[in-house]
Design a protein around this ligand. Structure first.
Ligand SMILES: Nc1ncnc2c1ncn2[C@@H]1O[C@H](COP(=O)(O)OP(=O)(O)O)[C@@H](O)[C@H]1O
Ligand SMILES: [Mg+2]
Length: 360
């Protein structure tokens, strides 16, 4: 069994061996034409080595045998006057060509090994970082909850409104928000980060907008809404939209409009949140999706952002096989989420079922 396994693993070498033996036989029987099989042997050796890259010992052994076999045949034919003596020079020339190939192949293999090792180390480090982030956020939640409990008790016992306690509770709220988002981001590469189901997009978006318009005064509007079913995780979708609407509120005044719309096309849906706020500074639309990134640090800090909202929006759209982007419209900011797996209303049942197979 072991022998069969060895033979299977070495089939390229065995095939080459048979080819080289046939060419040696041709050199032996047709001395006047022997330069043709001679070159076949050397070219095929170089080709096979490019695929296999043998160990230095095995390479030396094979090279020695090929030099010996081809060299002795040409030498004997030159003795018998059937071949020119000059043909013997071909042997060191071919060996030099082969050795140049060996050097290049080994150099490439060494570089590849270094790259593989480095990428494995990087992946391990990234995994550790994620675990660390998750554990720290998790551990910090308990003391923050306890501190909140004590502060609320203090406020109730005292009876009088205390501005200091309110400020402390506000800050704790921000810490809780950041911890919640960090935990979510730490989980973003796990397979169960999103659990997709069929979501009817029109009532879903209406519901999101109604919820926000009940809490914050803004010029809330629903734009064009393409009816249909989206294969997505409704909870994750809501978190992403909430993060976008929270930003839209943050960077607008009460009289400004915030428009939520959804356009479909080619099995995709583009969900858009457009506002009439301060807009984005030039060049900011790429970098704001990074963790802790803020387009205008002074302004955003005053508005209480940690720069994690858009990182979560991006993680959620990517987990659905989609993407997100930002742009400045000249009159405010526009954020677009692109989700695949959308089946417009009115499409027949087979299309609706096809929507279920879209990558999640
Ligand atoms: N609607 C918007 N209008 C203007 N700038 C925005 C808007 N949404 C996001 N930004 C910019 O993108 C940055 C990152 O947003 P985000 O990740 O949600 O962080 P945060 O809101 O916590 O600051 C914000 O600090 C802000 O500079
Ligand atoms: Mg935000």
């Amino acid at each position: 069994m072991a022998a069969i396994g060895w033979l299977r693993a070495r089939y390229v070498e065995l095939a080459w061996l048979a080819f080289a033996a046939a060419n040696l036989a041709a050199m032996l029987f047709w001395p006047s034409w022997e330069t043709i099989p001679f070159h076949f042997i050397w070219i095929s050796l170089t080709l096979v080595y490019g695929f296999r890259v043998w160990t230095p010992g095995a390479t030396g052994l094979v090279l020695g045998l090929v030099i010996l076999a081809t060299g002795s045949l040409i030498l004997s034919d030159a003795f018998h006057g059937e071949q020119l003596w000059g043909e013997l020079f071909e042997v060191p020339l071919m060996s030099a060509m082969f050795l140049a190939m060996v050097w290049h192949a080994r150099r490439r293999q060494d570089t590849l090994r270094i790259l593989e090792r480095e990428s494995a180390e990087r992946a391990a480090l990234l995994g550790q970082q994620k675990r660390f982030l998750h554990d720290v956020s998790h551990e910090l939640r308990t003391p923050v909850t306890i501190a909140r409990g004590h502060l609320e008790l203090l406020r109730r016992l005292d009876g009088k409104p205390a501005q200091e306690i309110d400020i402390a509770l506000d800050e704790l709220g921000r810490i809780e928000n950041i911890l919640e988002r960090l935990l979510l981001l730490a989980k973003s590469k796990q397979p169960d980060f999103v659990v997709p189901e069929q979501v009817e997009i029109e009532p879903f978006l209406e519901d999101v907008l109604v919820r926000w318009s009940g809490i914050v005064p803004r010029g809330w509007r629903l734009g064009e809404l393409s009816p249909g079913m989206l294969h997505a995780d409704p909870e994750a979708l809501r978190i992403a939209l909430d993060a976008l609407l929270e930003n839209a509120v943050k960077y607008t005044e009460p009289a400004d409009a915030i428009v939520l719309s959804a356009r479909s096309g080619g099995g995709e849906i583009l969900i858009e949140v457009a506002d009439e706020g301060q807009g984005l500074p030039p060049g900011a639309s790429e970098q704001i999706f990074d963790r802790f990134a803020r387009a205008d640090v002074a302004r955003s800090r005053a508005q209480g952002g940690a720069g994690l909202g858009l990182a979560i929006v991006e993680a959620i759209s990517k987990a659905h096989g989609g993407s997100c982007s930002a742009a400045d419209s000249g009159a405010g900011a526009i954020f677009t989420l692109r989700f695949p797996g959308f089946v417009p209303a009115g499409t027949d049942g087979s299309a609706a079922r096809a929507g279920l197979a879209v990558p999640s």
